[in-house]
Ligand binder design. Structure first.
Ligand code: NAD
Length: 405
C-alpha cells in the first residue's frame, strides 16, 4: 500500500447505457501502486467486464463508494462527462477543482460539455487526442479499441449472415466462401480484413489513402482498384482528408458493383472531427442480395451507410444493416484490459518519482489536455466554442494536484 499523503487514483463504475468496460482492470493495478499511487475502485466497477471487487483488492486496490472514487486526486474513466453527458451529469457535483480526469471525452463532438468541466476547474485529458507518435503507442486508445471493434464487426456479420464464411467441399456439395468488402482500411478495417480472412472469406477492401493497398495485400485480401484520383486524399497524422461531394458521388458509383456482389460489407471510413462520409446509399443496399449484411462502424458519427441507424439493426429488402455504436464494449474483458494499459502508460508518463508533472513541453501532455485552470485549452475545442485564441495566461500556467511543468 502506498504511503499516507500519496496521490490517489479513483476508478468509478461506468454509467453510459450499455457500457460494459472499466477503466482499470485488476492486473493493471500494480503498475500504479508500485509507482506510489493509491487506487480506489468503486464497488462493482468491473462487474460488467467480469472483474470482481475481490480481484481488485487482491491486487492492492481499495474498494469504496462512487463518491470515494470521485474523491481521488486523479479519476480514470472510460467515458468522462462529455462522452457520457446524460448519465454522467450527476457526477459533476462529485468533482472538485484541480482534480485530474482522464478518459475518452469525445471533445470535438461535445465541446459544451468540455466547457462545463472547465468551469468546475478540473484538469481534463482526452485519450482520443493522444498523438499517434511512436512513444505514445502504448497509450493509443483509439487504436486499441478500433482493433477490437474491427474484429467484432466481422463476428457480428457472421452471426447475422444466413451463410457460412469459409469455403467447404463436402459430400453434400461445395459451399463457396462468403465475399466480404471492407471500406476504410485504418486500424478497424485492417482487423476486420484479418478476421474475415481467418474465417475463410474472400476479402476485398478500399481506402482513399493509397498506401493502404500494400497493407490490404499483405493480409491476403484484394485492393479494389477504381478510377478515382486519391493522390490528395491523405491528410495529416496518417488520417484521411475530407473529400468533396463530387469525389464521394464518383466513389459510390464505382463501388456500387463491388457492394452488390458482396455478402458482407463492413464500413469503417472516418475523417477526424467530421461527419463520416456516406459511401453506401439506399439504392446500393437495394442492389445487394437478400440475406446480405452491412456493419456500419461509423453509425455513431453520422454513418457510412445512408440507411443505418445508431444502435439498431435495420432490414431493407432482406439486407440487414447493423449500426452498433459501441462494439468494443461488447468485448469488455479485452477492451478494458487494453484500455487500462493505455491509461496506465499515459498516467505514468506524467507521474514519476512520486510526483505528478504536467509538462506541456511534452506533446503527449499538451495535445491531450482539454481543460485546465478553469479554461478550455485545446485549440480545436476552443474554436468549436467560439472562444478567443490564444488561451489566457492563467490557464496556461494551470493548476493541478501535482507539480506543474
Ligand atoms: P479513422 O478511424 O480516422 O478512419 C478509418 C479509415 O477511413 C482511414 O483509413 C481513412 O483513410 C478511411 N477513409 C476516410 N474517408 C474514406 C473514404 N471516402 N473512402 C474510404 N476510406 C475512407 O482512421 P484510424 O483507423 O484511426 O487510422 C488512421 C491512420 O492512423 C492509419 O494510417 C493508421 O495506420 C494510423 N495509425 C498510426 C499509429 C501510430 O503511428 N502510432 C497508430 C494508429 C493508427
Amino acid at each position: 500500500m502506498a504511503d499516507e499523503g500519496s496521490l490517489s487514483v479513483g476508478v468509478p463504475r461506468e454509467t453510459f447505457p450499455g457500457e460494459r468496460r472499466v477503466a482499470l482492470t485488476p492486473p493493471a493495478v500494480p503498475a500504479l501502486t508500485k509507482a506510489g499511487l493509491r487506487i480506489i475502485v468503486e464497488t462493482q466497477a468491473g462487474a460488467e467486464a467480469g472483474f470482481l471487487d475481490e480481484a481488485y483488492r487482491e491486487k492492492g486496490a481499495e474498494v469504496g463508494s462512487r463518491a470515494d472514487a470521485f474523491g481521488a486526486d486523479i479519476v480514470l474513466q472510460v467515458r468522462t462527462f462529455p462522452a457520457n453527458p446524460e448519465a454522467g451529469r450527476p457526477d459533476l457535483d462529485l468533482l472538485r477543482p484541480d482534480q485530474l480526469v482522464i478518459g475518452l471525452a469525445n471533445p470535438l463532438a461535445a465541446p459544451e460539455a468540455v466547457a462545463e468541466l472547465a468551469r468546475r476547474k478540473v484538469t481534463v485529458f482526452a485519450m482520443e487526442l493522444v498523438p499517434r507518435i511512436t512513444r505514445a503507442q502504448s497509450m493509443d486508445a483509439l487504436s486499441s479499441q478500433a482493433n477490437i471493434g474491427g474484429y467484432k464487426a466481422v463476428i457480428r456479420a457472421a452471426r447475422l449472415l444466413p451463410k457460412m464464411m469459409p469455403m467447404m467441399t463436402t459430400a453434400a456439395g461445395t459451399i463457396p466462401p462468403a465475399r466480404v468488402f471492407v471500406l476504410g482500411v485504418g486500424v478497424a478495417g485492417l482487423q476486420a480484413i484479418a478476421t474475415a480472412k481467418r474465417l475463410g472469406a474472400v476479402v476485398q477492401a478500399f481506402d482513399v489513402r493509397p498506401e493502404t493497398k500494400e497493407q490490404v495485400e499483405s493480409l491476403g485480401a484484394k485492393f479494389v482498384e477504381v478510377e478515382l484520383d486519391t493522390s490528395e486524399a491523405k491528410g495529416t497524422g496518417g488520417y484521411a482528408k475530407e473529400q468533396s461531394e463530387e469525389f464521394l458521388r464518383r466513389q459510390r458509383e464505382l463501388m456500387a458493383r463491388v457492394v452488390a456482389a458482396s455478402d458482407v460489407v463492413i464500413t469503417t471510413a472516418q475523417v477526424p472531427g467530421k461527419k463520416a462520409p456516406v459511401l453506401v446509399t439506399g439504392d446500393m443496399v437495394k442492389g445487394m442480395a437478400p440475406g446480405s449484411v452491412i456493419v456500419d462502424m461509423a453509425a455513431g458519427q453520422g454513418g457510412n451507410v445512408e440507411l443505418s441507424r445508431p444502435d439498431e439493426e435495420v432490414v431493407v429488402n432482406g439486407v440487414t444493416i447493423d449500426g452498433h455504436t459501441n462494439l468494443p464494449s461488447t468485448v469488455p474483458v479485452h477492451a478494458s484490459q487494453t484500455y487500462a494499459k493505455n491509461l496506465t502508460s499515459f498516467l505514468l508518463n506524467m507521474y514519476k518519482n512520486n510526483a505528478l508533472t504536467l509538462d506541456t513541453e511534452d506533446e503527449i501532455v499538451r495535445e491531450s489536455l482539454l481543460a485546465r485552470g478553469g479554461e478550455v485549452v485545446n485549440p480545436r475545442v476552443r474554436q468549436a466554442l467560439g472562444l478567443a485564441d490564444p488561451v489566457p495566461a492563467a490557464a496556461a500556467a494551470g493548476a493541478g494536484p501535482g507539480k506543474e511543468g
